[in-house]
Design a protein around this ligand. Structure first.
Ligand SMILES: *[C@@H]1O[C@H](CO)[C@@H](O)[C@H](O)[C@H]1NC(C)=O
Ligand SMILES: *[C@@H]1O[C@H](CO)[C@@H](O)[C@H](O)[C@H]1NC(C)=O
Ligand SMILES: *[C@@H]1O[C@H](CO)[C@@H](O)[C@H](O)[C@H]1NC(C)=O
Ligand SMILES: *[C@@H]1O[C@H](CO)[C@@H](O)[C@H](O)[C@H]1NC(C)=O
Ligand SMILES: CC(=O)N[C@H]1CO[C@H](CO)[C@@H](O)[C@@H]1O
Ligand SMILES: CC(=O)N[C@H]1CO[C@H](CO)[C@@H](O)[C@@H]1O
Length: 221
């Protein structure tokens, strides 16, 4: 192979890389992470260390169709670069899909994963440091029961936690008709920190891997 054909090959490979990078940023590709909430970096497994971040709901009870805010925040001073949060019906497997709707997060974007609209929040840019992301979650109007928020936090290429349950336990969505009879306020002082990496099956999704590799690719370019 002569010099010029090598050069052409290199240029083609780079072009293909560039195209797949662009595709990785399209909303359609991010949607592929909906099923597993799992970023994949070839060489790295999800961390089993205690999670450095938490999902903190403002309330542990909400009336059907009502709203609460959630904070994704650092526990130490460490900051994260990527995240994905969904709310699940605690009585069903996660395969049933996320429920409720989110408002636009303070740092990130809305996704509509299969089965709903605006039912997922995730990061928008690949490289900024995030310490405290806030979003409003609205419970479905036709649902009563226990809800659990789960967040995948990405600190960097080699360190991420998948589907970390929210701090303080599950959220109870109660019926409008029981509002008048329930006069006791739920305690919101629980401070237990759930373990990370609670996902039962970690299936691989290369899309997030591509997304998260981009800063590295840029640095080495
Ligand atoms: C990050 O965590 C540290 C320690 O808990 C805290 O002092 C700091 O305010 C947090 N920063 C933000 C932006 O939440
Ligand atoms: C909280 O949700 C989990 C499902 O993620 C479930 O296993 C657990 O039983 C729920 N706890 C309560 C008290 O409903
Ligand atoms: C979904 O979010 C978009 C962007 O904020 C908003 O315009 C739209 O009304 C939302 N749809 C629903 C059903 O919440
Ligand atoms: C996170 O941001 C929200 C809204 O900006 C604020 O109310 C809350 O106090 C912040 N939490 C931390 C721990 O910084
Ligand atoms: C509907 C939706 O999620 N649109 C987003 C697609 O991606 C761009 C760029 O990341 C966002 O600005 C849109 O809001
Ligand atoms: C879409 C986007 O935010 N791309 C950025 C990813 O990170 C590199 C390196 O910091 C930036 O140059 C891109 O603009």
């Amino acid at each position: 192979m002569n010099f010029y054909s090598s050069l052409m090959l290199l240029a083609t490979v780079q072009l293909l890389c560039y195209v797949s990078v662009l595709e990785a940023y399209s909303n359609g590709s991010l949607l592929e992470a909906c099923a597993t909430m799992t970023p994949v970096h070839e060489a790295f497994e999800p961390s089993t260390d205690p999670c450095l971040y938490e999902t903190r709901p403002s309330e542990l009870m909400v009336v059907q169709g009502g709203s609460i805010s959630i904070d994704l925040r650092n526990i130490s001073s460490n900051s994260f670069k990527g995240y994905m949060t969904m709310a699940f019906d605690a009585s069903k497997p996660d395969d049933a899909g996320p429920i409720g709707t989110f408002s636009m997060p303070t740092d990130g974007q809305l996704l509509s994963c299969p089965g709903g609209v605006n039912n997922t929040i995730t990061h928008k840019d690949n490289n900024s440091i995030k310490r405290n992301v806030t979003a409003i979650w609205t419970a479905p109007a036709d649902f009563v029961g226990s809800v659990i928020f789960k967040t995948t936090f990405v600190r960097g290429l080699s360190e991420y936690w998948v589907k970390v349950p929210s701090a303080g336990g599950n959220i109870t969505v109660f019926s409008e008709s029981t509002t008048s009879s329930s006069t006791t306020q739920p305690t919101t002082t629980t401070t237990s920190t759930p373990p990370c990496g609670a996902a039962s099956s970690i299936s691989r999704n290369w899309i997030w891997g591509v997304i998260l590799l981009i800063p590295v690719m840029f640095q080495h370019a």
